[in-house]
Design a protein around this ligand. Structure first.
Ligand code: PLP
Length: 277
């Protein structure tokens, strides 16, 4: 340790975190290899190559006029629109600085050091990161044909498990679990274990492959659904996502989130995107 290095003051579980390696920005790749930016096709982060619609771009321009003010910390308009869309109460919607924020908030509100979180091998890289940042123990269940082995994940749940993460469809392996398989899994998980169902790619599924998972929350209050405006809606750079959950779960997430975690331009863009099918 060099003189003045204060990293040892940080908890051991933070020091053990292997930092997330993001997809390299196009500008950086162009610099490194002497390429023209226009010749580079970036596939690493599943961004939407078309970007947002003209209607959404217009909403962004209009929202810029108001950026001297703090955003609506309760996200009233966007939460109302999402609640209507999914047939839930507004109090069941939590907005996030990207859906990544929702994943972080669930771990922050529900994991104590030593608790366990279960996820699949080859699932989204943020589940182990968010788990470890709380001093909790990540349990990676071996994948089956690169996808989630739901039976094995169910069997990995112990009395110490507080959260089980499921990405459907999954990133990075692109596997998918049918609504029937997902529904029986949700029903099989003990009520005192939160199921975080990460549906970042839900909008890409054929309508016949989708199911109204939000309607399951009424019978399964331990189910948390996370969605994002980053992928299908083409707004990755603005950072806006949301979670749908029981009111009691939302209440805990709202206590640990930053008061203004979703900026005003992002809220306006998301609202316009939702209205522009
Ligand atoms: C991209 C992605 C997210 C989070 O994206 P945000 O930009 O933070 O909303 C979450 N889960 C999966 C599986 C993803 O691929």
């Amino acid at each position: 340790m060099r003189a003045g290095d204060l990293s040892a003051l940080s908890p051991e579980y933070v020091r053990r975190i292997a930092p997330y390696v993001p997809g390299k920005p196009v500008e950086e790749l162009a610099r490194e290899y002497g390429l023209a930016e226009k010749d580079i096709v970036k596939l690493a982060s599943n961004e939407n190559p078309r970007g947002p619609s003209p209607h959404v771009r217009q909403a962004i321009v209009e929202a810029v006029a108001g950026i001297t003010r703090y955003p609506d910390g309760n996200g009233f308009a966007l939460k109302t629109a999402l609640a209507t869309r999914f047939g839930v109460e507004r109090e069941q919607v939590v907005l996030g600085n990207g859906s990544n924020d929702i994943l972080e908030l669930v771990t922050q509100a529900f994991l104590r050091p030593g608790d366990e979180a279960v996820y699949s091998q080859h699932a989204f890289a943020v589940y182990p990161l968010a788990t470890q940042a709380r001093g909790a123990i990540g349990v990676a269940v071996p994948a089956r044909e690169l996808g989630h082995d739901l039976d094995a994940m169910r069997a990995a749940i112990t009395p110490r498990t507080r959260i089980v993460f499921v990405a459907n469809p999954n990133n990075p392996t692109g596997t998918w679990l049918s609504p029937g398989a997902m529904k029986s899994f949700v029903a099989s998980v003990p009520q005192d274990v939160l199921i975080v169902l990460d549906e970042a790619y839900n909008e890409y599924l054929a309508p016949t492959h989708r199911s109204d998972t939000a309607s399951w929350i009424a019978n399964h209050p331990n189910l948390v659904i996370s969605r994002t405006f980053s992928k299908a809606y083409g707004l990755a750079g603005l950072r806006v996502g949301y979670g749908l959950m029981d009111v009691s779960v939302a209440d805990m997430l709202n206590r640990v989130r930053q008061p203004f975690n979703v900026n005003s331009v992002a809220q306006a863009a998301a609202l316009a995107a939702l209205a522009d099918a």
